[in-house]
Design a protein around this ligand. Sequence first.
Ligand code: NAD
Ligand code: WQD
Length: 340
Amino acid sequence: MSKILVTGGLGYIGSHTVVELINAGFEPVIVDDLSNSHPKILDQIIKITGRRPVFHQLDLSDEHGVQNLAAAEHDITGIIHFAAFKAVGESVKEPLKYYRNNIYSLLNLLNAYYSRPVNFVFSSSCTVYGQPDVLPVTENAPVKPAESPYGNTKQIAEEILKDMVASGTNYKVTALRYFNPVGAHDSALIGELPIGVPQNLVPFITQTAIGKREKITVFGDDYHTADGSCVRDYIHVVDLAKAHVAALKLMQENDFSGYDVFNIGTGNGNSVLQIISAFERVTGVKLNYSIGSRRSGDVEQVWGDVSKAEKQLHWKAGLGIDAMMASAWAWEKYISQNPL
Ligand code: NAD
Ligand code: WQD
């Protein structure tokens, strides 16, 4: 069985990916420092899969710690690197915290496994496109100057990985540019766990619906979109998790070039108001919302051209907005009744 190191494997996307790796017959080894996750997520993964993955609690920005990890986990064949800080606003206020964590962790991992043949999947983001000139945006679209230090860490990381592959290491690298991951596992045992006030739309919706927040504000209805609110390509986290399995399988094929990049979304755009009304329709819960002013730094609209992933990764999103809303709501109800 192929052993795959999953950094950030107790986080939102990482935990769902660990489940899909087990379903696909891989042996995930989790590394997480619990800076944005909870140790009990491991128990939830065990409940879903009936398997107990090895777990190392480690801060990947600690160089010696990562060297020791590589000595202990010397027989891995792949790395899926989720571990990073991801709060855009916080990264503007504390840029060094983001450069330190997101860049050091990547460099430490790459150094520690440099001489080994490793298939590496990197968590990149549609944030690298900023506001694209052409929609849907393809992987060949120009990368725009980053809007935040967080976004810049994704651009820098992609450059580091490209340079490293060009230098002739044994690494094969796939960067996945995620659009907007939402939803939860259909068991409702794992999902997104925002610490403090959620920054993202769907957790804010579910926390408002359950009564943790009084109301949700729609950040602007005067954009040049059909209903005036911003448009995004929301992707179910379980579909996203499966894209990582597909990327590992692709790299196992001999003709894979050293570095490639894929958009991972549904290829469809939905506005904030469409998401709110889908949530209300699917759950039967009326949301208390109002229209507010624009949020600084928001792009107006972005959705992905996902044909490259469909053709080459043999992966396609299967779950729509209704499944995203229903699973996010089931998870919110579960976690409110069963706090970790
Ligand atoms: P998350 O915060 O839920 O998961 C990240 C995990 O990494 C957490 O469990 C955290 O404890 C861990 N971690 C952070 N720094 C670490 C370190 N130095 N050492 C060890 N563990 C560390 O975030 P997520 O939403 O699951 O995102 C996963 C990845 O996907 C991130 O790289 C993020 O930038 C990227 N991404 C996320 C989104 C999104 O909207 N969620 C979109 C595009 C890209
Ligand atoms: C979605 C839409 C908001 C909250 C962020 C990062 C991006 C990527 C994904 C990592 C926007 C609107 C939100 C609210 C609202 N992450 N909104 N009221 O901004 O597309 O992307 O997460 O790489 O880098 O920037 O996602 O969920 O924050 O917002 O109206 O209370 O919902 O304005 O149009 P975003 P989001």
